[in-house]
Write a protein that binds this ligand. Sequence first.
Ligand code: GAP
Length: 512
Amino acid sequence: MDNNDILKKVISYSKANGFIYQSSEIYDGLSAVYDYGPYGSELKNNLKEFWWKSMTQMNDNIVGIDSSVFMDPMTWKASGHIDAFNDPLIDNKDSKKRYRADVLIEDYIFKISSKVEKEVKKARKRFGDKFDEKVFRETNERVLKYSNHIDEVSSKMNSCLKSNDLQGLKNLIDSLNINDPISGTSNWTDVKQFNLMFSTEIGASSDSSKKIYLRPETAQGIFLNFLNVVNSTRVKIPFGIAQIGKAFRNEIIARQFIFRMREFEQMEMQFFVEPGSEMEWYEKWKEKRMNWHIALGLGKDSYKFHDHENLAHYANAACDIEFNFPMGFKELEGIHSRTDFDLKNHQKYSGKKLNYFDQKSGSSYIPYVVETSIGLDRLFLSVMSSALKTEKLDEGSERIVLKLPFEISPIKVAVMPLNDKDGLSEKAIKIYDDLKLNFNTQYDYKDSIGKRYRRQDSIGTPFCVTVDYDSLKDDSVTIRNRDSMKQERIPIKNLENHITKFTSINNLLRKI
Ligand code: GAP
């Protein structure tokens, strides 16, 4: 199955099994906007819980807030978003479709790297065990030619982006003969800058109303509350403020499912530090955040760091944690050393002092900030695309199973009476009523036990508990593990401990 097919499978699976639906589907769907279904919202809440607790509960010096989506419009002038939150856009005159110029070039680069990978794959097949991939990549003429070309194109693109050279981007697109994937032509307009913020009006009457923006990042709500938090709590620098909330961007490239959305959720943490110590904290947070991801258990090799060459207007260092999505390695989380840019500008535009008095050193300064910023929806996609598996079973059949980490599975346990006769369902309902006080539990009584197992496998339920005739005599049940499919007999009174042991979010928190 190629990468495109994997993504398509995740999309259709997510819809069919109650995880994610296209927004406004009955009106033919709103592009790049998605709704989370019953299992999707549970899974999303569990991911939030893991992040929130890892920040605010596991760190003495991090507190959480929940700020509003709307902020004074001056916020976005001070943050630089009104002037600089732009994408370079280009239109194709034949298809009338609009693209991000840099993404067209990145797609071109991706095509060339796929050719490199094809050569490597072919050679591996040809040389078998004797194949030395490193030597092959360093010496094969065709691979070298492709790799040099990739480096040349990337460096030209980065230099144009850095110097805001829109004509340079257009020239690059022309010189590479990049065609519109829809019309197939290279009939392009010039490249223009396009601001990504959504705006609306606030206020009741037309003369008093003013233009207001839907926040494109949650971070600014944290900056605006910096002083409030310092004055109303016992935090001392270095300390962090964490927040989970919606962000909105009028993305032009609306594709790749929930990877790039117009309305999405961010989990951001701004860590305020003494000026001059920011690089040390930047390195610490890179390591901490990577460990957090690895604790989820999707495999160490699925992640890598990517240092930014083009720094955002506010940063003096930045990197991404990339994840191996079905579309290849792409940004999952950003870690940025944001300097004092934001607080300094809010001080300038608001006229309010945002200094911090450091009692330890006796000095007063505007703190520097290290930010960690992860897209919850991208995290969801990373988990979902890694978990979806088709497995061959011993008897020759197949099962589709969502191998989510137990701790974040939407439903933790399903209780199943063998049948609904002879008091089995009454016994099962009693167990269900007890378990649901602690876990998201389902009572599943229809169809054969085999079918019920498959149904629970498909939504990632770690445990199925079967109540049979022996249960009536010995107060024990069979508990089946989703991954090993092994069944064991345990006393009903031990169920709660057993399920907690394997599904508690604390298991993940202990690993970070
Ligand atoms: N406060 C810094 C900031 O917003 P960013 O790199 O623009 O930085 C941070 O965004 C994270 O938000 C990204 O790493 C990504 O996971 C997520 N994100 C950004 N744009 C997104 C979009 N259109 N759809 C889904 N997630 C997005």
